[in-house]
Ligand binder design. Structure first.
Ligand SMILES: NC(=O)c1ccc[n+]([C@@H]2O[C@H](COP(=O)([O-])OP(=O)(O)OC[C@H]3O[C@@H](n4cnc5c(N)ncnc54)[C@H](OP(=O)(O)O)[C@@H]3O)[C@@H](O)[C@H]2O)c1
Length: 312
């Protein structure tokens, strides 16, 4: 297997036999989450598809099973717009699956107009960050029960547009969709890195990493929606420096989840220009995302707002 900086192109063929492993993927019914689920399930992992819409989730599960009839895929209802739903889903999950080897925080809303979650949080911050923070904290005992648990949180190049203004989390001083999305993706990265530091300080065998797909042709990718999606498979055969398929967008998540050379605190993304397309490698995020003081503060604020305290 190629190391993190190796020249060999890492592909889904590198994903090892995962029989006996359990994975949970949020937002598993479409886009990058679906592609990640498809590959993990095909390699024999038991995959829990944590989705908000049971009809879409069942249709996605059917697609996985059509390709891999032996796959062991299950549905878990999780609406990250609601902390009560995150709590209920996490409780159900750890009751049924006391050991989780791979947890992928993938679901996300992207550049929506200003809006609030059920709990009154700005919706990008609430769905993409706070609810994943709560869900992760509540399933952490099951991840710690694995001999080598991994938590992969999905970021974005959009984190560079984000600022964490702790005095104005609701954006009362002015809102733009890119600022809302950017803040949530910055928070996703800061959470992933802070969780890594806390796990390491506790001497845990579990690690936390981050990954981003670059520009991927999905519903949320905003690269043409349904009319473009039918051309998704073709896209990998046409040179395009900024958009690749949902499958290629999923590779950084998969590499972070399974590459034995991956380390806690690593951030995987595409190797190409502006880290938009190309094979998955360790990439850099900006200095703000690595600011440990802000990350500690974000952690405390997130514990306060969600009422979830990590056992770390
Ligand atoms: N595509 C890109 O170019 C790109 C670039 C950078 C980062 N990303 C990140 O990649 C991740 C996946 O996005 P994608 O591109 O694959 O888009 P997608 O196809 O729209 O997938 C988003 C997933 O999140 C789910 N979701 C949204 N709100 C939710 C909620 N309240 N509760 C539970 N699930 C919810 C969606 O469920 P429904 O189907 O029910 O809506 C869907 O399964 C996101 O975190 C995004 O920020 C994507």
């Amino acid at each position: 297997m190629a190391g993190s900086s190796g020249r060999r192109r890492w592909t889904a063929a590198e994903v090892p036999d995962l029989r006996g492993k359990t994975a949970v993927v949020t937002g598993a019914n479409s886009g990058i989450g679906f592609e990640t689920t498809r590959v993990l399930a095909d390699r024999g992992a038991t995959v829990i598809m944590a989705c908000r819409n049971p009809v879409k989730a069942e249709a996605a599960r059917t697609r996985v099973l059509a390709e891999s009839p032996e796959a062991d895929v299950h549905l878990l209802e999780l609406d990250l717009n609601s902390l009560a739903s995150a709590r209920k889903a996490a409780d159900a999950l750890v009751t049924e699956r006391p050991t989780i080897d791979i947890a992928i925080n993938n679901a996300g809303v992207i550049m929506l107009p200003h809006g609030q979650t059920e709990d009154g949080f700005e919706q990008h911050f609430g769905v993409n960050h706070l609810a994943h923070f709560a869900f992760t904290g509540l399933i952490l005992p099951a991840v710690l029960a694995s001999s080598a648990g991994r938590i992969v949180t999905v970021g974005s190049n959009g984190h560079r547009m984000g600022r964490l203004d702790f005095d104005d989390l609701p954006f009362e001083q002015g809102y733009k969709p890119l600022r809302g999305y950017g803040r949530s993706k910055l928070a996703n990265l800061m959470f992933a890195y802070e969780l890594h530091r806390r796990l390491a300080a506790a001497g845990a065998s579990a690690i936390s990493l981050a990954a981003h797909p670059g520009g991927a042709n999905t519903d949320a990718g905003g690269f043409g929606g349904d009319s473009m999606k039918r051309w998704s498979a073709l896209m990998d055969h046409i040179p395009n420096p900024i958009v690749h398929s949902a499958h290629k967008g999923a590779l950084p998540l998969l590499r972070a989840a399974v590459d034995p050379a991956a380390k806690g605190g690593d951030y995987y993304g595409p190797r190409g220009l502006l880290t938009m397309t190309g094979p998955p490698v360790v990439v850099k995020s900006n200095a703000r995302s690595r600011d440990t003081d802000s990350a500690r503060r974000l952690w405390e604020v997130s514990e306060d707002l969600t009422g979830v305290t990590f056992p770390l």
